[in-house]
Design a protein around this ligand. Structure first.
Ligand SMILES: C[S@@+](CC[C@H](N)C(=O)[O-])C[C@H]1O[C@@H](n2cnc3c(N)ncnc32)[C@H](O)[C@@H]1O
Length: 264
């Protein structure tokens, strides 16, 4: 399918308005690849017509699907393990009796939040901790709430954790695993846009803000970090993806290790 330069501009403008992410002209082919299935489902063989109907026509429900398709949701269990090692040392020093709270901002389909949950359950026990996961994409939030994954996503998860915290699927769920109910009870997911006012979630000991800042220009990146920082407890930490340095930005946070920042 084809997408004219003009229609690409309309999609890029709408996507930027909703997500805060800029789509450069070089992404036109990627946009075509991601949206053609949506056009076909609507009985259209023409992306320009789809853009006309959905975006110019102001179809809000369909626009949510467009945003879901255009966000990059790649994630997996125990991605960037150095953060989990740092978290484990924090847990060994924590004051007992206080609830340990972690926010997985941009949680995608939930693998990051459940990886944290496994570590917290292992080091603290079944209670005394809570995790909130948020993402722009409603489809991702729905998937995360289910906690059901194809087996190959488990790479990076120790066999001991798989045995302790997950259930192997059978019958129609053959080849999948489900995160245990006990673990899911301490993890909740909500839709939230990092470029807008955030929901009232309280403060967190650690915030994972990983592999999402990469999609933003420096100003927008700083704006997100400034919005997220007040939700970190004083003395708490912000983790970013290892390719997402904040060092050139006046965030007010202290870089203590690669991709780890303290709110001092
Ligand atoms: C590549 S995933 C990162 C998942 C996980 N944090 C990780 O490191 O594996 C990026 C996620 O950011 C989300 N995202 C993009 N723009 C966002 C925004 N403005 N607000 C909240 N989430 C956003 C996308 O929907 C996507 O699920």
């Amino acid at each position: 399918m084809k997408l004219s330069e003009r229609s690409f501009g309309v999609v890029a403008e709408a996507f930027h308005r909703v997500s805060g992410i800029k789509l450069v002209p070089a992404k036109r082919q990627l946009v075509i690849g991601r949206l053609q299935k949506l056009a076909t489902e609507r009985g259209l063989d023409n992306l320009d017509e789809y853009v006309e109907q959905v975006i110019k026509g102001g179809d809000q429900a369909e626009l949510v699907r467009v945003v879901d398709r255009l966000t990059t949701n790649e994630t997996y269990f125990f991605r960037e393990p150095a953060h989990f090692e740092f978290l484990a040392t924090l847990l060994s020093r924590r004051r007992p009796g206080t609830e340990f709270r972690v926010w997985s901002a941009a949680s995608s389909s939930g693998e990051e939040a459940y990886s944290i949950a496994m570590l917290l359950a292992d080091k603290i026990g079944p209670n005394g901790w809570k995790i909130v996961g948020t993402d722009l994409s409603t489809a991702m939030v729905d998937a995360a709430q289910k906690g059901l994954y194809p087996m190959e996503r488990a790479r990076g998860t120790s066999p001991a954790y798989m045995k302790k915290y997950c259930k192997r699927g059978s019958g129609p769920y053959e080849g999948h695993f489900l995160v245990n109910k006990e673990l899911r009870a301490n993890v909740r997911f909500v839709q939230a846009n990092l470029t807008q006012t955030l929901p009232d979630m309280g403060q967190f000991d650690v915030v994972f803000l990983r592999n999402v800042l990469i999609y933003f220009e420096p100003d927008a990146k700083l704006d997100i970090v400034k919005r997220v920082s007040p939700l970190i407890k004083p003395g708490g930490y912000l983790f970013t993806g290892h390719s997402e340095s904040l060092s050139s930005l006046p965030t007010g946070l202290t870089n203590v290790s690669p991709a780890i920042y303290a709110r001092t």
